[in-house]
Structures are given as structure tokens and as C-alpha cells.
Design a protein around this ligand. Structure first.
Ligand code: NAD
Length: 299
């Protein structure tokens, strides 16, 4: 495999995704605003470009993994001028979690230049990214999805074509609203169990095997000491940051208003994450919502 990939955004998720592509034999040119992130990728064999546009030039695929919609829009359509740098036969794949409207606008602008683009947000967390075990939720033309499949297979365990441009972001938004609800609910249940004198590891094992079982208990337990490789056992270092979860719950709330759909539990989860962020925990892992429920506002 010698296809060339321009990879932009080497944070908690982008860095291990890029590392897996290098490992699989892809030729990577990378760019991140944080020099250390680019230097770490260079140590794994990537070439470091001087700008995002330079990373995209002449690449067969461009993958972006940025925090939110404004960064994606500015990179592709604004200052980053990435669309101007990309070849017509480059396939653009944005894996960031952003609002569907921005995803459609950017893909539309790409389409006007004859460049194909997919929205392909992921689920699976940092450990999933490291293990090549992500799930991709993809919006765009079927031909693009087919072309990107070998890359999805390196970085992930599954990919789903959700529908036309923006559909991947809609699927991801719904998934993460559910995840925010599950993380707060799981934290609430564990906190109550511990207040009643139960061992959090024992009650977690019980719930995993009972009707309350869910992803957070299986791979991301929010109680410190239950799961060695979970952020809760590592001082709530992210992982997936509180402010990123707050952003995703905000996307779901915007969509619930726009579509006239009630999302009462999503709204409650957003409020809890907002309070937790305002107490100074925006940079902590999202499982630290446990501390809000324990009555310790700061991590
Ligand atoms: P992060 O904040 O760790 O990384 C983002 C990276 O983008 C940083 O290294 C930053 O320097 C870089 N960056 C920002 N603007 C840039 C620009 N204009 N040009 C180049 N680089 C730029 O975030 P993350 O945790 O890796 O998440 C990335 C995306 O993936 C987010 O949309 C998030 O919601 C989503 N996501 C995260 C997780 C997770 O568990 N962390 C899971 C699924 C999805």
C-alpha cells in the first residue's frame, strides 16, 4: 500500500489514526498547529508539511480530525484554503464531529470544484483509535465511500454509509447524545451504589451482566480504579474532553430545536456537562462527570 494521505489534526484521536495508517504502509504528510503533535508523527515516519494546504497538495486522500465546525470551515473554506490546494481527484474525508449543516456546506463547496468529500465522524474513543477499532459513520456519495473503504478498514473495525452528505454527522450527533446520557446515568448509578457501601467494581460487573449494561461500563468505566486503562483511573486525563462532549450535546440541542423534536434527557445531560465545564473541568475527560455527581465540582 503506497497511497498518499494528507493528515491534518493530530490530537488525541488524529495521532493514533495517523499512526495506524503509517503502520499499514500509507505515505503520510501531516500538519497540526501544535508543533509537538507534528514532531511526534514525524518520529513515527510521517513527513511534516508547513501548512494544511501543503499537506493536502498532491495527496490522494486528505483526512481532517479537528475539534469542531469552525475549525473545519476555516480550514477548508477560509484561511486554510485547503480546497484551493487539493487536486480534483483527491478524496477529502473529514472525520471531525461537527454540525451536519457545516459538513454539507463544505462538501458542497468542494463539489463545485469537482472534488469529492465525505463526512466520516468516528466512535470508539482514544483506545479504539489506537487499536484500529473505530466505527465510521459516513455521509456522501457511494463511490467515495468505496474508495475510502481500505483506509476505514485500517483505522476502524466497521464503517456504515448513513446516507448523503451530512448523514454521517447526524448519526454521530444522535450517538453522542445517547453517550452523554449513558455516561451521566452510569455515573449516577455507580455513585448511588457506592453511597450504599457497594464496591464500584463489583456493582459494575453486575450491571454489565444485567439490564443496565452499556458501552461506558464495558470500556470506559467512570469510577476511579475499576478499569485500569480508563481515564477515570488516570486522573480523568482525556480521552474525550468535557468540552468536546458539551459541543456534541449542543449540536443535538440545536437540531432538536430546528426539527421541533423533544430531547429531554439530552437537554439534561447538556446542562450537567455545561455546569461541569463552567466549574473549570472543560479539559478533563467527559467521564469526570462522576465528580459532579459525587459533589466534587473540580477534578
Ligand atoms: P483534540 O483537541 O485532542 O485534537 C484536535 C487537534 O487539532 C489538536 O492537535 C489541534 O492542535 C489540531 N488543530 C486545531 N485546529 C487546527 C488547524 N486549523 N490546523 C491543524 N490542526 C489543527 O481533539 P480529539 O479528541 O482528537 O477530537 C477530534 C475530533 O474527534 C473532535 O471533533 C471530537 O469531537 C471527535 N471525537 C473525539 C473522540 C475522543 O474520544 N477524543 C471520539 C470520537 C470523536
Amino acid at each position: 500500500m503506497s497511497a498518499t494521505v494528507g493528515f491534518i489534526g493530530l490530537g488525541n484521536m488524529g495521532a493514533p489514526m495517523a499512526a495506524n495508517l503509517i503502520e499499514a504502509g500509507y505515505t503520510l504528510t501531516v500538519f497540526d498547529l501544535a508543533e509537538q503533535a507534528s514532531a511526534d508523527a514525524a518520529a513515527r515516519g510521517a513527513r511534516v508539511a508547513e501548512s494544511a494546504a501543503a499537506a493536502a497538495a498532491e495527496a490522494e486522500f486528505v483526512i481532517t480530525m479537528l475539534p469542531a465546525g469552525p475549525q473545519v470551515e476555516s480550514l477548508y473554506l477560509g484561511e486554510g484554503d485547503l480546497l484551493a490546494a487539493a487536486d480534483a481527484d483527491t478524496l477529502l474525508i473529514d472525520c471531525s464531529t461537527i454540525d451536519a449543516e457545516t459538513a454539507r456546506r463544505v462538501a458542497g463547496a468542494a463539489g463545485e470544484r469537482g472534488i469529492a468529500m465525505l463526512d466520516a465522524p468516528v466512535s470508539g474513543g482514544v483506545n479504539g483509535a489506537k487499536a484500529g477499532g473505530l466505527t465510521f459513520m459516513v455521509g456522501g456519495e457511494a463511490a467515495g465511500v468505496e474508495r475510502a473503504t481500505p483506509l476505514f478498514e485500517v483505522m476502524g473495525k466497521a464503517h456504515f454509509h448513513a446516507g448523503p452528505g451530512g448523514a454521517g454527522q447526524v448519526a454521530k450527533m444522535c450517538n453522542n447524545m445517547l453517550l452523554g446520557i449513558l455516561m451521566t446515568g452510569t455515573s449516577e448509578a455507580l455513585n448511588l451504589a457506592v453511597a450504599n457501601g457497594l464496591d464500584p467494581a463489583v456493582v459494575s460487573e453486575i450491571m454489565k451482566n444485567a439490564s443496565g449494561g452499556n458501552w461506558t461500563l464495558n470500556v470506559y468505566n467512570p469510577y476511579p480504579g475499576v478499569m485500569d486503562n480508563a481515564p477515570a483511573s488516570n486522573g480523568y486525563k482525556p480521552g474525550f474532553g468535557v468540552d468536546l462532549m458539551l459541543k456534541d450535546l449542543g449540536l443535538a440541542m440545536d437540531s432538536s430545536v430546528a426539527n421541533g423534536v423533544s430531547t429531554p434527557l439530552g437537554s439534561m445531560a447538556r446542562n450537567l456537562y455545561s455546569m461541569h465545564s463552567q466549574a473549570g473541568n472543560g479539559g478533563a475527560d467527559f467521564s469526570s462527570i462522576m465528580n459532579l455527581l459525587k459533589g466534587q465540582g473540580t477534578t
